[in-house]
Design a protein around this ligand. Structure first.
Ligand code: PSU
Ligand code: MN
Length: 298
């Protein structure tokens, strides 16, 4: 795999300065136009403002790009037919020199190759509801277990089976650390009601755990609740989630299409409130990730 690392990013890495990797599936498939591109730029600006360097990751022209520039960000946000690239898709997309938006799994793997230890996202993928029949478990979980990277996220998406997701992470040896919380956050909702076994209250605490975990050659999840003023109510969203999952099943939407479909359906059924919450939590996660990256450099 050939890496194309942006000059600003390689300079920061050489100087052991803070770098935060960002995934690009959320730009191409997770958020609607035009807010996807606005958000991609806002995340980069938020990270810069705290004194860290953002590196949005994607595949283009047969290379893994680490630090997408303006032109590539625009293409990811506005072109049709960008490939959602998880681990199984990296090689085919590189070989065909196609345009690929990386999921958390692919982003984590490429970030690790580049020597970046912090990735920010909205919510990681995980074990889908009904996985005992569909076997649908995101490659995000294994990728985090296999690479020394901390993924800063608002827990895992509410559309998933969060209890099963925590079980799989436990089996894989991936710590999930609550950031100022004892509960696993559930994306738009501040608490899933599931207890976490570990908590930190600041980035320095998270960095201390991350260093130990990285020395095991493995990654972790830092779970940050959505900002209070943007949070949605659990029971209210749950009804919408159940309805969307029902529609997806009847219409045969599964595999890689399922996550983007459910996020879109929720955005519509909550009249945009889910979308506003999604953007708010992405921005908070980017800022916490920048603080963590800075703490790891001291
Ligand atoms: N979180 C969001 N929006 C997204 C995703 C996460 O707020 O679009 C994406 C991430 O890229 C994550 C992927 O890795 O969904 C998981 O997809 P799947 O369940 O198919 O592995
Ligand atoms: Mn899946």
């Amino acid at each position: 795999m050939k890496l194309a690392i942006a000059p600003e990013v390689s300079k920061a890495l050489a100087a052991v300065e803070a770098v935060v990797a960002l995934e690009s599936t959320v730009i191409a498939h997770g958020l609607p136009r035009p807010r996807n591109l606005e958000t991609a730029r806002a995340l980069e600006a938020d990270i810069h403002a705290l004194g860290a360097v953002p590196a949005t990751i994607a595949l283009s022209d047969g290379r893994a790009v680490v630090g997408a520039g303006d032109v590539l960000l625009d293409r990811l946000a506005n072109e049709d037919g960008v490939t959602k690239t998880s681990l199984r898709d990296i090689a085919p997309v590189l070989a065909s020199r196609g345009l690929g938006a990386t999921t958390v799994a692919a982003t984590v793997e490429i970030a690790a190759r580049a020597g970046i230890h912090v990735v920010a996202t909205g919510g990681i993928g995980g074990v889908h509801r009904g996985a005992e029949r569909s076997f649908d478990e995101s490659a995000d979980l294994e990728a985090i277990a296999r690479n020394p990277v901390c993924v800063v996220s608002a827990g895992a998406k509410l559309v998933l089976d969060l209890a099963l997701t925590l079980e799989r992470l436990e089996t894989l040896g991936v710590p999930v650390i609550g950031f100022g919380t004892d509960d696993l956050p559930a994306f738009y909702v501040r608490s899933s009601g599931l207890r976490l076994s570990h908590r930190v209250n600041d980035a320095l605490g998270a960095a201390r755990i991350a260093r130990e975990q990285f020395s095991r050659g493995s990654g972790m999840v830092l779970a940050v609740p959505v900002p209070l003023e943007m949070a949605l109510d659990h029971d209210e969203v749950e009804t919408d989630v159940m309805r969307s999952i029902g529609v997806a099943e009847r219409e045969g939407i599964r595999g890689a299409e399922l996550t983007p479909y459910l996020l879109r359906a929720l955005g519509e059924s909550t009249r945009g409130r889910a979308l506003d919450a999604n953007i708010a939590l992405l921005r908070l996660n980017a800022r916490v990730a920048a603080q963590l990256a800075l703490a790891l450099c001291t």
